[in-house]
Design a protein around this ligand. Structure first.
Ligand code: 5GP
Ligand code: ZN
Length: 117
């Protein structure tokens, strides 16, 4: 996906502050952090969103992304818990169309899950 921002970060065309990388997954700091700790975890292979995940083949990488969350949070300043957010599609307010999990945290609680309507 030539014009996908996170594909370009995954292949090194655009720099990012990486905190973890393996053959399938990359994690890096969000450029505009919403909390003191704000990481993004992405599959290196382009998957548009959770809404497009239908194949069993995507299950292992999704599991590995979640399984990394605790370690990444601890290593980057949120050892006492964190929140994982995966915005999906228009309703989920997904802005970058490459699946990513936000890991947010820091020294203080991140607050209520959602603003009530
Ligand atoms: P979304 O709204 O799609 O769930 O979140 C996209 C996230 O990507 C936002 O938190 C935004 O700050 C982050 N982001 C957008 N462009 C860049 C970039 O070029 N580099 C990094 N590291 N993060 C980005
Ligand atoms: Zn992509």
């Amino acid at each position: 996906m030539d014009n996908c921002l996170f594909c370009r970060i995954a292949c090194g065309q655009i720099p990012a502050r990486k905190v973890y990388e393996d053959t399938e997954i990359l994690a890096f700091h969000d450029i505009n952090p919403a909390r003191p700790v704000h990481l993004l975890v992405i599959p290196k292979r382009h998957i548009t969103s959770l809404a497009t995940v239908v194949e069993e083949t995507d299950v292992p990488v999704l599991g590995r992304m979640l399984a990394l969350a605790s370690r990444l949070a601890s290593e980057n300043g949120s050892p006492d818990g964190f929140r994982v957010i995966i915005n999906t599609g228009r309703i989920g307010h997904q802005e970058v169309q490459h699946l990513h999990a936000h890991i947010v945290g820091g020294p203080d609680p991140v607050g209520p899950m959602l603003k009530r309507v």
